[in-house]
Design a protein around this ligand. Structure first.
Ligand code: ZN
Length: 139
């Protein structure tokens, strides 16, 4: 049986935060519109495939976050949503296969060059861009 899972709209999560994100964020994630992106609490079967330090993940136009984050501070959730919205745009631009192949190619390149898991993850080009845009938007 599939349980219905509640969702929120990224736009509403951003509105509840203390960040004034509209002009820079909307340009940097164009043509993605936060009011069209759904944010779901991640089901437990999905989180089993996540490392402990993963707070959320994007699959196409769906953002999944650890359910506990919905009860935490609204700025923390908004920061994560901004990061994931960048991935929504990257996914949209590259398509499923290019996004995933770049993701794993960058990760493996890092590992083969001697980085540990965390360093290789942080060096993935789409992760670097998502972090950079998040810090620009909420600076
Ligand atoms: Zn990311």
């Amino acid at each position: 049986m599939v349980l219905p899972i509640s969702r929120e709209i990224a736009d509403r999560i951003l509105e509840r935060s203390s960040y004034d994100v509209d002009p820079p964020l909307l340009e940097l994630i164009h043509p993605i519109k936060p009011e069209e992106v759904n944010v779901y609490p991640a089901p437990s079967w999905l989180m089993r495939s996540w490392k402990a330090d993963i707070l959320g993940a994007t699959y196409g136009r769906r953002i999944y976050v650890r359910p506990s984050l919905f009860d935490g501070d609204s700025d923390g959730l908004a920061r994560l949503v901004i990061h994931e919205l960048v991935h929504v745009r990257q996914y949209d631009e590259m398509g499923f296969f290019s996004f995933l192949s770049r993701y794993f190619r960058d990760y493996l390149r890092g590992r083969f060059s001697g980085m540990n898991h965390r360093e290789a993850y942080r060096a993935i080009s789409v992760e670097v861009e998502a972090r950079d845009i998040t810090s620009v938007v909420i600076a």
